[in-house]
Design a protein around this ligand. Structure first.
Ligand code: ATP
Ligand code: MN
Length: 145
């Protein structure tokens, strides 16, 4: 059923909770884990003064990949990582199709939003537009409202 599982991550605890599910499914189905980090276009559009923010986000994404790679290796799961720039929800759905993902696993929330919203805006838009099934995972953190 599943051969390529896409985990879009913003490095949040919510995305980390999604990773647990993605890794377990990848192991059960002998699927490959595709990890995607999108550097939001919002920073580029904010002007040249945000070059530092873009660089920091790129670095943060790479560090997140390293952490996930360790977890994937420990679980015996094959993994690829991809960093792109653009509008997160758009890049995620495009990449899912391009990479031939048959499942997307992502957090209900991320780094930038408010817990009291039912779903983060990136997840909401991916759920609405994705051609492949989307599994959303809620992180039961301390700061739950
Ligand atoms: P909002 O972004 O609407 O302020 P939020 O940050 O709480 O709210 P989302 O951004 O929708 O919620 O995050 C939900 C999930 O979407 C994350 O757990 C992660 O899986 C994915 N995600 C969010 N941003 C990115 C990104 N830049 N790159 C890759 N995946 C992302
Ligand atoms: Mn967000």
């Amino acid at each position: 059923m599943y051969e390529r599982i896409l985990l879009p991550t913003d490095g949040s605890e919510s995305a980390d909770a999604a990773l647990d599910h993605a890794l377990d499914l990848a192991r059960q189905y002998d699927a490959e884990l595709l990890v995607l980090h999108v550097v939001s276009a919002a920073y580029a559009e904010a002007g040249p003064g945000h070059a530092n923010a873009i660089g920091a986000l790129e670095e943060y994404g790479e560090e997140t990949f390293d952490e996930i790679a360790e977890r994937a290796e420990a679980a015996g799961v094959r993994m690829t990582s991809e960093q792109r720039h653009g509008e997160p929800h758009q890049v995620i759905t495009e990449y899912a199709t391009e990479a031939g993902a048959d499942l997307v696993v992502m957090g209900t929330h991320g780094r930038t939003g408010l817990q009291r919203y039912l779903l983060g805006s990136v997840t909401e838009r991916v759920v609405r537009t994705s051609d492949v099934p989307v599994l959303t995972v809620r992180y039961e953190g301390e700061d739950e409202e």
